[in-house]
Design a protein around this ligand. Structure first.
Ligand code: 2AM
Ligand code: CA
Ligand code: CA
Ligand code: CA
Length: 289
């Protein structure tokens, strides 16, 4: 299928469509927004998330009527995540970093990937507020505003800058694990950052501005484009368990240099074990009092 598909045309077309659609984000970021919640009070959506997705999908359908789509707001509406098939499939996050967008924090983007035969072929992440356009084509490298980017070669966690989505500690069921992992990174790395856009954070790993990104509980549209961009920049994305990464059930451990992988997997495993031990001790002392 990839051979018959004109990927050059797909890339040029989606770039233009992304730049055009992103004007909505740039024009709206400073103003008032109509805000609704989805899974919880922290899970925000605005009219702009919906309208940007509609514009992107309708533009792509017109040009590529046989292609499939997996878009965050469409999936939220139908409550049904489609399977990824061999068909050309556009994986779309119309606004990644909605909370940043709501607060006019200029770290927000459109993220679009094209998968063909379940393989990522195109990745585009565009922050229109500060005009950062990250792009990748499989086998052709990764670029920021047309200039090649390369991930960091740091192979020692002690010298690394680590990004992690701390906001997930809001979810009670996973709070202890998230806090335990943050504590583990804080005590080793040079520093911790929590940026609020998975797609852009993956791109920051790709450009060598940070060394590690870790977050479970993400969705395909958060990570599809950024994953290709990191790989094309020389970095690695694996599952948090150390297994092969699954784009449809992403538990993200991304790094600029794959030499970091064993140490990262071990660190997360031992942080989780510590959290479990604390939980068992707490339960036992609750029973005995
Ligand atoms: P979003 O802005 O498109 O929702 C930090 O919040 C990162 O986690 C963002 O990339 C955000 O994507 C993603 N994320 C995924 N699921 C989320 C949720 N339920 N609530 C908030 N952020 C979520
Ligand atoms: Ca969202
Ligand atoms: Ca997202
Ligand atoms: Ca989104």
């Amino acid at each position: 299928m990839a051979n018959q598909l004109d990927l050059d045309h797909c890339f040029d077309f989606v770039m233009k469509l992304t730049i055009e659609s992103a004007k909505i984000i740039r024009n709206a970021i400073q103003g008032g927004k109509c805000i609704e919640t989805k899974a919880g009070e922290w899970d925000l959506v605005t009219q702009y998330d919906k309208s940007v997705e509609e514009i992107l999908i309708s533009g792509l359908i017109k040009e590529f009527p046989t292609h499939k789509f997996i878009g965050e707001e469409t999936v939220s509406k139908t409550n049904c995540l489609p399977n990824l098939t061999d068909d050309p499939t556009w994986i779309i996050d119309p606004i990644d970093g909605t909370t940043n967008f709501v607060h006019s924090f200029p770290h927000t983007c459109i993220s679009i990937a094209l998968a063909v035969n379940r393989q990522l072929e195109i990745g585009i992440v565009y922050n229109p507020v500060i005009e950062q356009m990250f792009t990748a084509r499989r086998g052709c490298g990764a670029y920021l505003n047309g200039n090649p980017i390369k991930s960091s070669d740091i192979s020692d966690l002690k010298q690394s800058l680590v990004c992690i989505e701390a906001s997930y500690a809001r979810i009670e069921e996973i709070r202890d694990e998230v806090m335990g992992r943050i504590e583990a990174f804080v005590s080793i790395a040079h520093g911790i950052r929590t940026l609020g856009s998975a797609a852009l954070t993956l791109c920051y790993i790709a450009m060598g501005a940070a060394d590690v990104y870790h977050t479970d509980n993400l969705s395909p549209w958060d990570v599809a484009a950024g994953t290709l961009i990191i790989r094309e920049a020389g970095g690695t994305v694996i599952d948090t368990s150390g297994d092969k990464f699954n784009i449809m059930n992403p538990k993200v451990l991304a790094m600029g240099n794959k030499k970091l992988a064993p140490e990262l997997v071990k660190l997360i495993r031992s942080a989780d074990m510590k959290t479990q031990r604390k939980r068992i001790n707490k339960n036992q002392s609750a029973i005995s009092t």
